[in-house]
Design a protein around this ligand. Structure first.
Ligand code: SF4
Ligand code: MG
Length: 316
């Protein structure tokens, strides 16, 4: 049951003001080995924060991140570093995560060398292998990041992550910044890597078409909380939670390929002061007085399928 805070920086009357948002609020999430879990929600719902907590980039304010029986969030020093090597994060913007002054060979070869994962003499051949794995010509390794296209840079970012031999990739909007034609290629690369290397994924995206295509299971967040979690097919053929229904039902299947969510009716409330009770109540057509007061808990509505809505209570 994770909690995490994020600082939100606002400009108020020309002055910088920092406010702390309870970005992840009592979230419980499990990902099984070999699974692809899609994590979706509108911007500000906490999905990126949750992804960073899972990958160890951001510390939770409360709760545990259990990786193969160990609480990674509680580890420090070498134990933490070793555990976290197995969980790699792929970000949206490869340009900002690649050092512009390093050649590709060093970007990819550095971590395996520093962590002693590959003998020093074998690093050059290992870099070639990583580049080939992501579909890039090893001859490119003497170049710098700015000499590549966006899609190629994302492949370099993926090669760098793979170089430390991870088991689990947390992808945060990893294809969102790419041209649509390139997106499909990078998605295919992710899926090939899953088959070839047996990788597990937490795939964070606002693109429902991509998530439906890719995921075994989908988790939907709204203002810091998980509202529904279900096998992909079940969710897309009949979402339970009113928020999930608003997201999915109103979107004709054909339109899901479009990049953005169809807007759900009503404004997203500020994450700084989320509505009481069920956070969704101001936008929910089924809201009752109880919804304004009582937080609905996630409950199992079918095997492997949970939803957090008072309508699921017996007799409701
Ligand atoms: Fe709507 Fe109430 Fe269910 Fe929240 S708990 S989604 S407000 S019906
Ligand atoms: Mg985000």
């Amino acid at each position: 049951h994770l909690d995490a805070a994020e600082k939100l920086v606002n400009l108020v009357g020309g002055r910088r003001r920092e406010e702390v948002v309870h970005a992840v609020d009592d979230v419980s999430l499990d990902v099984r080995e070999g699974e692809v879990v899609g994590l979706v929600g509108e911007s500000g719902c906490g999905k990126s924060t949750l992804g960073r907590v899972v990958a160890g980039v951001h510390q939770p304010s409360d709760g545990k991140v259990i990786w193969r029986g160990k609480n990674v969030a509680g580890l420090s020093g070498a134990a933490r570093r070793d555990a976290l090597l197995k969980i790699q994060m792929i970000f949206q913007d490869p340009m900002s995560s690649l050092n512009p002054r390093m050649r590709v060979a060093d970007i990819i070869g550095e971590a395996p060398r520093v962590h002693g994962l590959v003998p020093a003499a074998e690093i050059p051949a290992y870099v070639d292998e990583m580049l080939q794995r992501v579909g890039l010509d090893p001859a490119y390794k003497t170049r710098y990041p700015h000499q590549f296209s966006g899609g190629q840079r994302q492949r370099i970012g993926i090669a760098r992550a793979l170089a430390v031999k991870p088991d689990f990739l947390v992808c945060d909007e990893s294809i969102a910044a790419l041209d649509v034609s390139i997106q499909a290629q990078v998605l295919n690369l992710f899926m090939d890597l899953r088959t070839d290397l047996g990788l597990t994924y937490l795939f964070i995206s606002h693109d429902l078409g991509v998530v439906e295509h890719l995921s075994d299971r989908v988790v939907i967040m709204y203002l810091g909380r998980v509202v529904e979690s279900a096998p992909t097919e079940a969710l897309f053929s009949g979402p339970n939670h009113p928020y999930a229904r608003a997201l999915l039902d109103e979107v004709p299947r054909i339109d899901r390929r479009k990049r953005e969510f169809q807007p759900v009716k009503g404004e997203i409330p500020s994450p700084l002061s989320p509505p009481s009770g069920c956070h969704f109540h101001p936008r929910c057509p089924h809201a009752t007085a109880r919804c304004r007061e009582e937080v609905p808990r996630l409950r199992e509505i079918a095997p492997g399928w949970t939803s957090a809505c008072h309508l699921n209570d017996a007799g409701a």
